[in-house]
Design a protein. Structure first.
Lengths: 299, 360
């Protein structure tokens, strides 16, 4: 916005925003080296590979071609995979948001032992590995799993329905695993809201719903956004859960990247797909960051 | 115009009796303070009236209507919080507009109401600023406008000036009083600052440990404290222990520990009652090496003197009685500031009328 109140003068260190910041540089070094080696270098390799030409399975030539990308955009089945991926990511994010917000509120609002109980409930999915969680769901969602048993018992369906191997099963499994990330980031945001604000709103005539939408949600937006980002990025990038719950015919970008790298041994096209997945995630990230600009936080 | 009546209200939190049988009335348009040390239950009183806390017993009525069962959102009470509690994501204008929007007031009326309220607290030109862009005093003004724009039945002020600098606090006190009078709204002011309560209130409710100790006008409470707690909590006091030796209608003679006898006006006391004579420091005079005037004169020695600018604070040791504190006002020459050195022999005394007798 326009007016800076507390006139923070730019520090002498320049890009480090505090005086004498340069003294902390040595501590930054290990992390920086790690990022360069473990992230930046492979990323450049991936980019390089995506412009190579596939000769035959497992053999590539450094031709510098954009064929791999052209192939993606020309193949309608690839578009379907990409849109499947986005639909899945967005659905998981929205589900986590709807289920997670009340839980986060409960954690922040509860007192004593209840905080611990809600917190434990929240992070319990993280106590089991992704593999165990997914296998658990395959049992629950199968033809004779408890979900179908319940549906039959209450007469909602006449015969067992196929849940396993559908997009729904994947969304369910991922929502379960990613809910903690959403809840924890919203809770941390909610807990920084002055409780007096709620009282102020109530005394001014706001109902519970109005307090929620006019005060709590706008002020916890940072947590909502960071939680959504985390959930979306992990959801579209993850491999294990969709592989186990989606079944053999199920296609997502993360799954076919793996397929092209391992069984089809077409690294250049796999690399191109990975880059496209990355672009989607980055675009989503940019959208969110733009969306969450908060004019009231003046620097 | 609304009267606030609190009748025999109690509330406990676990084993702690936060408020214990409190009753008082704030008359229409009156500014009444609830004053007491922290933990005396004054904040609970505010929360009870606002509806954030329910009473275990007793009734709270606003404008003749018992509101015990009304939720806070329907009590039409304006509250100014100590932390201001402005919505950080809304501009000053939208903060003030909040209450009107909750009531579904049409837009043009909102604009008019908010503009008027912001003008009243002289914040009109800051209406597009966010709370972070405002100083503490400015935020407090917006908070006041926000509380008043809904035309509240009662205005509750929860230590609204405590977070401000001393300089701003004094000018805000005057402004607050002006705005409150102009709005003519019955107001309840919760504070632990006795000077602030004295300066602002029509009447003060002094509380300790959940109970009311005294209710009265600032001058009543200052000049006629009901008990030792009130006398020591509000302003400074000298307590001189004595025993009643004769009691007539309205007059007693009390013998001090050093044997001298003083006459004072007091009722309801009998011979041999133990009492404390309460004298404010500014009512004590100190005379150098001369016979003391006034009915109650004692001989003593100065043990300490501080020149505090507008007045000098002098400590006098009186044999058999202890230390008395005197506050001497007037020009430095009149105070004899130079002569008031430790070791000086002096006579101290006070007018009988300026003394309060408390049964101990």
């Amino acid at each position: 916005m326009t007016q800076a109140v507390a006139g923070h003068s730019p520090s002498r260190a320049g890009w480090l925003a505090w005086d004498g910041g340069a003294r902390w540089l040595p501590f930054l070094l290990p992390g920086a080296v790690f990022i360069v080696l473990a992230y930046l270098y492979p990323l450049i390799e991936l980019l390089r590979f995506s412009f190579y030409r596939q000769v035959t399975a497992g053999v590539v030539r450094s031709d510098w071609t954009i064929d791999n990308y052209v192939r993606f955009f020309n193949q309608s089945s690839m578009w379907e995979v990409a849109s499947n991926t986005i639909v899945m990511g967005v659905s998981v994010t929205i589900l986590c948001l709807i289920l997670g917000y009340p839980l986060a509120l409960a954690i922040v609002r509860s007192r004593g032992i209840w905080t611990t109980i809600f917190l434990f409930l929240t992070i319990s999915p993280l106590l089991a590995s992704q593999l165990v969680r997914a296998l658990g769901w395959t049992m629950a969602l199968g033809q004779s799993g408890w979900v179908n048993t319940l549906l039959l018992h209450f007469g909602l369906v006449d015969e067992p329905v196929r849940i396993l191997g559908t997009l729904g099963a994947v969304i369910l499994g991922l929502t379960h695993g990613l809910l903690p990330f959403m809840v924890l980031s919203i809770a941390s945001s909610l807990s920084s809201i002055d409780p007096q604000l709620e009282r102020a709103a109530t005394s001014l005539g706001a109902t519970r719903t109005q307090v929620l939408w006019r005060v709590l949600v706008p002020l916890s937006l940072p947590g909502i956004v960071s939680g959504s980002l985390l959930v979306f990025c992990i959801a579209v990038g993850t491999y294990g859960t969709p592989f186990l719950l989606g079944g053999p015919g199920f296609k997502l970008l993360s799954l076919i990247v793996y397929e092209y790298f391992t069984s089809l041994l077409n690294w250049p096209f796999g690399a191109a797909l990975a880059v496209i997945l990355m672009v989607i995630v980055t675009a989503m990230l940019g959208l969110f960051v733009k969306f969450v600009r908060r004019p009231w936080q003046v620097r | 115009m609304t009267e606030l009546v609190v009748t025999d209200v109690s509330r406990a939190f676990g084993a702690v009796q936060a408020v214990d049988g409190v009753s008082f009335t704030a008359k229409s348009g009156e500014l009444i303070s609830v004053l007491g040390p922290s933990g005396c239950g004054k904040s609970t009183i505010l929360n009870l009236i606002a509806g954030f806390v329910r009473p275990d017993r007793g009734t709270i009525s606003i404008g003749g209507k018992v509101v015990n069962e009304e939720p806070p959102s329907r009590r039409e009470i304006g509250i100014v919080f100590q932390s201001y509690a402005l919505f950080p994501h809304l501009t000053a204008f939208e903060n003030v507009a909040f209450g009107l929007r909750m009531r579904g007031t049409p837009n043009d009326e909102v604009t008019r109401g908010v503009d008027r309220a912001l003008e009243m607290v002289r914040m009109g030109r800051f209406k597009d600023r966010y709370p972070r862009q405002l100083s503490g005093g400015e935020q407090q003004r917006v908070a006041l406008a926000r509380a008043l724009v809904i035309s509240p039945t009662i205005l509750l002020l929860d230590e609204p000036l405590a977070a401000l600098d001393k300089q701003i606090r004094q000018s805000m006190q005057i402004e607050l009083l002006e705005v409150q009078r102009a709005a003519g709204v019955t107001s309840l002011f919760v504070t632990h600052d006795q000077e602030e309560a004295m300066a602002l209130s029509n009447r003060i409710v002094v509380m300790r440990a959940g109970k009311v100790e005294q209710i009265g006008s600032p001058s009543d409470i200052y000049h006629h404290p009901a008990n030792r707690f009130v006398a020591s909590f509000i302003g400074r006091s000298n307590f001189i222990e004595a025993v009643v030796v004769s009691a007539d209608a309205g007059t007693i003679d009390a013998r001090l520990a050093n044997g001298s006898v003083m006459r004072a006006s007091a009722r309801g006391l009998a011979v041999n009652d133990k009492v404390a004579l309460v004298v404010r420091p500014e009512n004590i005079f100190v005379k150098l090496n001369g016979a003391a005037e006034g009915s109650n004169a004692l001989k003593g020695t100065i043990v300490g003197a501080l020149d505090l600018g507008p007045m000098s604070q002098v400590q006098v040791e009186v044999p058999g009685i202890g230390r008395l504190e005197a506050a001497l006002a007037g020009a430095p020459g009149e105070r004899n500031a130079a002569a008031m050195a430790p070791g000086s022999k002096v006579a101290v005394g006070w007018q009988a009328e300026s003394m309060t007798v408390l049964k101990s």
